[in-house]
Ligand binder design. Sequence first.
Ligand code: FNR
Length: 343
Amino acid sequence: MRWIDSLEEAAAEKLPEPLHRYFRQGSAGGISAGEAVAAWSSYRFRPRVLTDVSTVDISTTVLGTPVDLPVLVAPTTMQRQADPGGEAAMSAGVAAANSVMGVSSNAGTTFAEIGATGAPWWLQIYVVRNREVTVKMLDAAVAAGARAVILTADTPVVGRKEDDGPTVWEVIQSGHLLANLDESQYTAEDLGKADDLTPDVIGWLGERTGLPVLVKGVLRGDDAKRCVDAGAAGVIVSNHGGRQLDGSISTAQALPEVAEALEGTGAEIYVDGGIRRGEHILAALALGAHAVFVGRPALWALTVGSSDAVTRLLGDLGAEFEHALRLAGCQRIADLTPDLVAR
Ligand code: FNR
């Protein structure tokens, strides 16, 4: 069996059942979560022949940071519950692969410890009702060397999970839930997600941090354009792994519209959700993505084999992408164009 495909089952053997369920599940009926992988697999290619692919190069830059491969790690929570090293272990694995680590605002490891692993990292932020909470987190992230801010925009309220059995919150033994936020200082109202955000928040985040801002959770071309017009350096086409509005279109389906809307703006487009193979990365980059993120596969790898498995996951996906690039008749990422994908 392909090692990447074996990871979830191996992780399920190590994780308490509610935690495995929490990592895997989508919201509501699980429709978007369930169709994400198949949506990428449904694309068909129009490979080029008789091109020289004796040497190929899959390195690129993401918001100015050089990376060895166009596969980054998506921000996810509860990494300390997957591996005692948590986000620091994930990040060490990312550093060894020369990639970029997305760090959740709900990380269980301090930004300073994550930064110390040497991986370039981007802070994912949920803007909450009490802006002081958000400001403190932004300032701490800047001090610990974050290189970009990812504003998660698809979560005005948290997607409803239909749990059957105890929830993850009922079984967590260890602390390390929110290492970068002192919950005891604030009320639930303070910490509630701001559900009145407008594109102005993008400029505010950029000014406060001096960092480029990516807006995550964009599924429409018109929204992508609004974000970039308001100062975003780019967008992440995402449906949050199918964990927000269930029935949202797949990211494989949304990406071409976003790429078309942002053509000529210089904004960088990223995509996540269901990317599990080199061929999925090939399709995403041909359709206009600058790089992709992986969420659950990185959590499974972290659970199964800590940093080393995270490095192997990224390395294997990079090797598969490189192979697919050769088979498509392309030498480098810049050669990938939408006509490589049948429409
Ligand atoms: C997430 N995701 C997420 N996104 C975010 O912006 N902040 C967060 O804290 C989290 N937390 C989180 C936890 C878990 C367990 C999962 C599975 C996902 C969404 C994540 O960044 C990404 O969008 C998806 O995981 C991508 O889909 P795949 O690769 O998991 O299919």
